[in-house]
Write a protein that binds this ligand. Structure first.
Ligand SMILES: [Zn+2]
Length: 332
């Protein structure tokens, strides 16, 4: 028995060596493969500038002047980069009956391409810091530098780069409004479902193009804080596990394994839930989850006044932005 194993092992070694030789020979032969695609370099300074520009308007809470002004800024920027851009204006009712004047902002790249990927994030910021450790601040609207502005900053930088060099597929970018106007903690309606993600719910029922569809979608939420961890979120696994694994693998190949972790953590009611369930587009969520933070779910300053520009880390913006570029520029 031992001998046979030895022979097999020797044969195996020879086979391995042959394969290696063949591999090394093929390297010297002229390649018939297509040239490698040129993937743009994500500029984190530029993305940071877009994050700061949003925060500088003040909290982007619906029905405020800061919200109106920021919408104008975001639309003019996206319009300057995309082939076409539009604003989807609508009114929706918050948990307390307040009618919210809302705007989803949409940019289209390569409108004639059949194969399309949807990239999205929310641009509004939360009207109250209900998880702030200081109870006297819990009614204060938040800057939402991470929860809101970071995802939009990354997408605006992507849009800028795609205006210079286009991917081979079509890309649609949507900045969703009124994601974060859900009831404050301890409010009697706080357990009622579907009170967050009002902009994505509206769009999923009324897409900007009635026949709109995409091969898949990627949502960004809280993608700018230092030492971010992006775990594999439950609804993303349920509806789009192939996409999730592909994006995580591409991030890991780019050297971002500390950020994109192959572990599943929880189910998050975020905009992607409605895109999956109503618009039926398989969509994943890249979201900073942290079961060990003081709130037990998200990054440490989630829904506090501490979610300001000081939490934003250019390295995290780079990791997420470069991953998205690697994903969309590899698609054919
Ligand atoms: Zn939030």
């Amino acid at each position: 028995m031992n001998k046979i194993i030895l022979i097999v092992a020797v044969l195996g070694l020879m086979l391995c060596a042959c394969n290696e030789k063949r591999n090394s020979e093929s390297k010297t032969q002229p390649s018939t493969q297509k040239p490698k695609v040129d993937i743009p370099d994500f500029n984190a300074d530029s993305a940071y500038f877009y994050v700061k520009s949003q925060v500088d308007f003040g909290p982007r809470v619906p029905n405020t002047n800061s919200h109106t002004k920021c919408a104008e800024y975001l639309f003019s920027k996206l319009k300057s980069f995309a082939d076409t851009a539009m604003v989807q204006s609508f009114k929706t009712k918050a948990f307390d009956g307040t009618v919210l004047n809302s705007k989803n902002i949409i940019g289209v790249f390569n409108p004639d391409k059949q194969k399309r990927v949807l990239l999205c994030s929310h641009w509004d910021s939360r009207p109250f810091a209900d998880h702030d450790p200081d109870p006297s601040l819990q009614n204060t609207p938040i800057d939402g530098a991470n929860d809101g502005a970071s995802g939009i900053g990354v997408l605006l930088e992507l849009a800028r780069l795609m205006a210079i060099s286009k991917p081979e597929i079509g890309i649609d970018i949507i900045f969703f409004d009124v994601e974060d106007y859900g009831p404050p903690k301890n409010h009697p309606n706080s357990e009622v479902k579907d009170q967050y993600g009002l902009g994505s719910q509206y769009w999923s029922k009324n897409p900007h193009d009635p026949d709109y569809t995409a091969d898949y979608g990627i949502l960004l939420d809280m993608v700018g804080a230092s030492n971010a961890r992006f775990y594999m979120e439950g609804f993303s696994m349920e509806y789009a596990s192939g996409i999730l694994k592909k994006v995580w693998s591409i991030a890991n190949r780019a050297g971002f394994s500390e950020y994109f972790v192959f572990d599943q953590v929880g189910y998050i009611d975020d905009d992607h839930k409605y895109i999956n369930e109503i618009a039926k587009i398989p969509t994943i969520d890249i979201i900073h989850l942290d079961p060990e933070s003081s709130n037990g779910s998200f990054f440490e300053y989630w829904h506090t006044t501490g979610d300001n520009l000081s939490v934003i880390d250019k390295q995290t913006l780079k990791v997420v932005g470069q991953t998205l570029l690697n994903v969309v520029f590899q698609e054919k």
